[in-house]
Design a protein around this ligand. Structure first.
Ligand code: GNR
Ligand code: NI
Length: 171
């Protein structure tokens, strides 16, 4: 397994709609495993393939805390099959927007269909942090970042700071 470099915003690769995978083959399984290692190393609770420069519809999540046993979930071609009527706000962060956080309102519970690591069609019901995280990761597959859900003022402030930080790092 390999720790992959994480793409930091602003970057055109984070704005592209990712392509569905045909099936979960050895190459996709390798990507899932590398994404999990990258996510645990960061550390984060989720990661989407575009964040490691792969424009395909693959996400990994694990919302367990560090003192619990790991519970990695790998999904290819995730699709929402149900959304709760009730929304809830949650403070979100993103490995592609390091050190920036904002409250985002999303449905508090979801059902999602996907292909698992063994290419088996599955459906999962999630709520609270897991529902938030899966929706955040699925957004990445459509080129959407959590800052796209907050006010333009806050979004531009965060993106300006990241642009500055990138320029400083180049010099
Ligand atoms: O590590 C992460 N934490 C997090 C916290 C609240 C809502 C979503 C997330 S996902 C984020 C990792 C990441 O950037 N995934 O795309
Ligand atoms: Ni993210």
């Amino acid at each position: 397994m390999t720790i992959l470099p994480i793409v930091i915003a602003p970057d055109p690769r984070l704005k592209i709609k990712a392509k569905p995978v045909e099936s979960v083959d050895d190459g996709i399984r390798q990507l899932m495993d590398d994404m999990l290692e990258t996510m645990y190393d960061a550390p984060g609770i989720g990661l989407a393939a575009p964040q490691v420069g792969e424009s395909c519809r693959v996400i990994v999540v694990d919302v367990t805390s560090e003192d619990e046993e790991r519970n990695p979930v790998c999904m290819a071609n995730p699709e929402l099959s149900w959304l709760s009527d009730d929304d809830r706000p949650h403070e979100e962060g993103c490995l592609s927007l390091p050190e920036h956080y904002a409250e985002v309102v999303r449905p508090e519970a979801i059902r999602v269909t996907y292909l698992d690591r063994d290419n088996v069609a599955c459906e999962l019901e999630a709520d609270d942090l897991l529902a938030t995280c899966i929706q955040h990761e699925m957004d990445h597959l459509d080129g959407i970042l959590f800052v796209d859900h907050v006010s333009a003022l806050k979004r531009n402030m965060i993106l300006r700071k990241l642009t500055k930080a990138k320029k400083l790092a180049q010099k």
